[in-house]
Ligand binder design. Structure first.
Ligand code: SF4
Length: 689
């Protein structure tokens, strides 16, 4: 194994990359002694993450050597969901999977569905040989929407790609709006730069329904109602217009469609915004004044705010703001939601969609897997199309849908179907693995090769295998390679090694030997990318009137006191479900030292809401709506604003209080753009348990 960092005594240090769904993508140094990883640290030389890891990943060795790791293939012996398995050989497991898949594919391969997301962000273990396998098979395609497509597609429609400011330039900003992001918990290295700016006199404003740890440390917190960010952006525009704070020259030269949006924004005076957002008109005016009169002004937008019905339109509106004040002229001004389009990823070479050979399988949206697992073959869908064949087999990897997909009672019911053949590639017996017919042991990040881009910075990273696979675990790539062989797929691409795929992942843009030598390669980039326009759109302008989308507008929630007053009479509280600080989605929930910090599933509630329900801090409560219930420990605190409760996630159901989690309450309705989930667009009531 290539380990360019010199070995010391019996120890050696191996270069790695954090695989988790986090914008920071830290460079790691893993210390290995006698074949065992004994320490994981950040690499101090990596330019944007400079050696600091979050608490979660600093415990990664605990996860790798966890006594409950799945180390051998398992076959179900109990009922679905019971989690009772017997050990079987790899040959027996793969033979059974191949036999079942051949049988189903002989009728219609679309009845087989892959289900994966960002359990690893690695390009090899996340989206290479697996995609080749399912493309060759002709299985259903998966619309991987569960996190960021509303905001991602909205940003791309506006700027032409998912690009923005460079994270280190926030240190030079004079005003930073931290919008929909608990950066201390989920974007730690951005927060380091924001603190540097604060020390240099910058003002920090947090815009978030929850008073997060980040909000605590900002100069101001604007606690708007969930799903009203688009209205706030329109109100800011109103004030920029009426007070003459617009950068007319920039707007004229580098945007398209402002005149129509200007008319719309003039319909949103601060009083109207205040009524919709649940804040004061003075908060709107004050924020607009600061934004309109401070340079350089920067926005760090994150994906939390787009998990509502109008999330796509809200991102479009916020993304237009830096153009209106000319913030892009400075490298410390503008906006960052994602940097992922800077990376020239050779997806076609990795995933080989050509293996579809002209077939166009149906697409399953991963958000609606609860409904889709329960559908009949050929069922008429609400949009007038037909569903296609009933789902007969599902292969889950890098994801835990029974815990994380919305409306989880339906998801669990689907996975309980006796006629569904479920295969799960995993490290642990998660809620989803408990429902599998076959569980295959997958390697962790310490045990395989991978290469990574990022959505928070602009360097490519390599992850070298540091230790041998534990037990009989195999990399996802190898598992799909062996399945392909058993299925008789004899195309040469199924013989590609992981290193061969790593070498082509970024085409010629990243010299692989340099990547190995240093552990990362910084992409070439421009300091202030849109100082003179140059957006990635066809005409180089910021598209206020994006083709097919028109002028952005405020889109109300699917469920809210204002949009569904009848429903709100029964369920008057808006619930958001941000991740608990020591979990990353559903990862790390089974790491005892981290779960001990979190204690139990918590529901944060404002004192006034608790008092009106005669609820006391520390008591067990039942959070309910028509879809189900979840039991939580009540935390009465100022982290929740009146009318909103925060159900911290995402607990594994079986590690929660009564086998439920907050996704019992969320629904499967989609966002306005990007077909994403509306997790934070959910009404509930809370009662004593
Ligand atoms: S989760 Fe984020 S902050 Fe933590 S180590 Fe990974 S990339 Fe770094």
């Amino acid at each position: 194994m290539n380990s360019p960092i010199p070995e010391t005594g019996a120890c050696r240090v191996v270069r790695g990359a954090c695989p988790h769904d986090c914008p920071d993508t830290c460079a790691l140094r893993i210390t290995v002694q006698d074949g065992r990883a004994i320490k994981v640290q950040g690499d101090p030389l990596h330019p944007t993450t400079h050696g600091a890891l979050c608490t979660k990943v600093s415990r990664y060795t605990e996860r790798v050597y966890h006594p409950e790791r799945v180390l051998h293939p398992l076959k179900r012996v109990g009922k679905k969901g019971e989690g009772r398995f017997e050990r079987v050989s790899w040959d027996a497991a793969l033979d059974e999977i191949a036999t079942r898949m051949r049988h189903i594919a002989a009728r219609d391969a679309q009845a087989i569905v892959p289900y994966s997301y960002a359990g690893t962000m690695g390009l090899l273990q996340g989206e290479s040989m697996d995609r080749r396998f399912f493309h060759r098979l002709g299985a259903s395609l998966l619309d991987r929407t569960i996190c960021s497509t509303a905001g991602g597609e909205a940003l791309a429609a506006t700027y032409g790609g998912k690009i923005g400011m460079h994270v280190e330039h926030y240190a030079e900003s004079k005003l930073i709006l931290i919008w929909g992001s608990n950066s201390i918990a989920s974007n730690l290295h951005f927060w380091t730069y924001a603190q540097a700016a604060k020390r240099n006199g910058a003002r920090l404003v947090c815009i978030d329904p929850r008073r997060t740890e980040t909000a605590d440390k900002c100069h101001q917190h604007i606690a708007l109602l969930p799903g009203t960010d688009g209205a706030l952006a329109l109100g800011l525009m109103h004030e920029l217009i009426v007070n003459g704070w617009l950068a007319h020259d920039y707007i004229e030269r580098h945007t398209r469609g402002w005149a129509a949006l200007r008319e719309r924004a003039l319909q949103w005076p601060p009083e109207r915004v205040a009524a919709v957002c649940g804040i004061t008109a003075d908060e709107v005016r004050g924020l607009a004044r600061e934004y309109g009169t401070t340079q350089p002004a920067a926005i760090r937008l994150n994906y939390g705010m787009q998990r509502v019905h109008g999330g796509g339109n809200a991102v479009r509106l916020v993304a237009i703001l830096p153009c209106l004040v000319g913030a892009w002229r400075h490298r410390a001004g503008g906006l960052l939601l994602s940097s992922s389009s800077w990376f020239p990823i050779a997806r076609a070479a990795l995933q080989r969609p050509d293996l579809l050979a002209g077939r166009v399988p149906r697409t399953i949206n991963m958000v609606t897997i609860g409904d889709d697992l329960l559908r009949r073959g050929g069922e008429l869908l609400p949009d007038g199309t037909r569903f296609g064949p009933k789902i007969e087999a599902i292969v889950v990897y890098n994801s835990n849908p029974v815990a994380v997909a919305p409306e989880s009672a339906k998801v669990a019911k689907g996975f309980e179907r006796e006629d569904l053949f479920a295969v799960v590639l995993e490290h642990f017996l998660t809620d989803t693995a408990d429902h599998a017919d076959i569980v295959l042991p997958a390697t962790t990040q310490f045990e395989h090769l991978d290469v990574h881009g990022s959505y928070g910075h602009t360097s490519v990273l390599i992850n070298e295998p540091a230790i041998a696979p534990q037990g009989e675990a195999k990399p996802n790539t190898q598992i799909f390679r062996e399945l392909a062989a058993r299925m008789g797929f004899d195309e040469a691409c199924f013989g590609d090694s992981d290193e061969a795929m790593a070498r082509v992942a970024f085409g010629d843009a990243v010299p692989f030997d340099a990547l190995r030598e240093q552990g990362w390669v910084q992409l070439p980039r421009i300091d202030a990318p849109f100082a003179e326009g140059g957006f990635m759109t066809p005409g180089g302008k910021c598209m206020i009137d994006a083709p097919g989308l028109g002028i952005p507008d405020f889109v109300p929630n699917h469920e809210s006191v204002q949009s569904t007053p009848e429903l709100a009479r029964r369920y008057p509280l808006a619930m958001i479900s941000p991740p608990a600080r020591n979990f990353l989605n559903s990862s790390f929930v089974n790491v005892s030292s981290l779960r001990d910090i979190e204690g139990e599933p918590l529901l944060e509630m404002n004192a006034a809401d608790a008092a009106s329900r005669h609820l006391a801090d520390g008591q067990m409560v039942r959070v309910v709506n028509d879809r189900g219930h979840s039991l939580c420990r009540l935390h009465v605190c100022a982290r929740a604003r009146p009318g909103v409760v925060n159900g911290l996630g995402i607990w594994w159901r079986k590690l929660g209080v009564d086998g439920t989690n907050v996704n019992e309450l969320t629904h499967q309705r989609l966002t306005d753009i990007g077909r994403g989930p509306s997790y934070y667009d959910c009404l509930v009531e809370v009662e004593a348990a």
